[in-house]
Design a protein around this ligand. Structure first.
Ligand code: SF4
Length: 297
């Protein structure tokens, strides 16, 4: 993401009430998704796992302490693929477990590749409230194209989800629409909902590849009529649907929170240090972490 904050005035600084902290585990990934956001970070990515393990808890505590009391703080555990290096993942989860009371919500975003190995699911169950499981498509051959390698099959998703449910963890099926569909958007969403219900997902989130200009996703969002399946629409950006009892969230998404004041993100990046961006350009060091920006003329 090329974001030059020097091009912006900060017109307002104020404390925030919803703080989302992303934790980037430097684990690598075995998949080859053509839309992978980590491709954007390849010039700044480091894989110093020891530094990450040594630093990240202090960084999380620093952000939380800086944000002050009366905050709703969520932790979004991500990566690369956070479970790809199983030893690193388990060591990370054990450390998070010691401070999990400081978070209102802890989410793990994963492609699921190693969830069933060793006792990974137990460590997930100890720490996590929600799992975002990247599946990208209900059709297995389309899923294979999205991941660039042979991914998990549908039956196996069902098995993982049953175990996660036994820990009271809710599971979202996540799909990035990175290319035009060969069916209508309505048919895609409805087929996805039927598939997700069969394999016991709790809901679905379908989003654009928002690091690229995906005009087709905007077109799908603008031109598609879902009738009484729409529960709520937040402008053209987000729609909530009930498709045959399955909650579906359609999300255009944004690449930057500049101009958006709903929640604020901090990032503990792959070096275990705190930032306000993925590219490690802007260290986290401010008491007032919600900034309202205006582009300089
Ligand atoms: S699974 Fe995630 S981290 Fe791995 S290549 Fe795909 S998008 Fe990137």
């Amino acid at each position: 993401m090329d974001l030059d904050l020097s091009q912006y005035f900060i017109v307002e600084e104020k404390p925030v009430f919803n703080l989302s902290i992303k934790l980037v585990i430097p684990s690598g990934c075995g998949m080859k998704c053509p839309f992978c956001f980590n491709l954007l970070n390849k010039n700044t990515a480091v894989y110093d796992k020891e530094a990450f393990l040594n630093n990240f808890i202090d960084s999380l505590n620093h952000i939380i302490d800086t944000a002050g009391p009366k905050r709703s703080i969520s932790l979004d555990i991500t990566g690369n693929e956070p479970t790809h290096d199983i030893g690193l993942f388990i060591a990370t989860m054990q450390k998070i477990n010691t401070i999990k009371h400081r978070f209102n919500k802890i989410v793990l975003t994963t492609n699921g590749e190693n969830l069933s190995k060793f006792d990974v699911l137990k460590h997930v169950g100890d720490v996590v409230d929600f799992v975002n499981l990247s599946v990208h498509h209900y059709n297995e051959s389309e899923r294979c194209k999205a991941f660039g390698v042979q991914p998990i099959d549908s039956l196996f998703y069902g098995h993982i989800i049953d175990v996660l449910h036994s820990y009271n963890i809710k599971v979202t099926a996540v799909a990035v629409l990175y290319k035009e569909l060969n069916t209508t958007f309505v048919a895609f969403v409805r087929n996805f909902a039927i598939w997700a219900k069969k394999f016991r997902f709790d809901n679905i989130r379908i989003r654009s590849n928002f690091y690229k200009k995906d005009d087709f996703f905007t077109r799908y969002m603008n031109d598609t009529t879902f009738g009484n399946e729409i529960i709520r629409a937040e402008g053209l950006n987000t729609k909530y649907l009930d498709v045959d009892g399955m909650e579906v969230i359609l999300l255009q998404g944004v690449t930057s929170l500049i101009g958006h004041v709903v929640g604020v993100e901090a990032v503990v990046d792959d070096d275990g240090k705190p930032y306000i961006d993925y590219g490690k350009c802007y260290p986290f060091n401010s008491k007032y972490i919600e900034h309202v920006y205006v582009l300089k003329k």
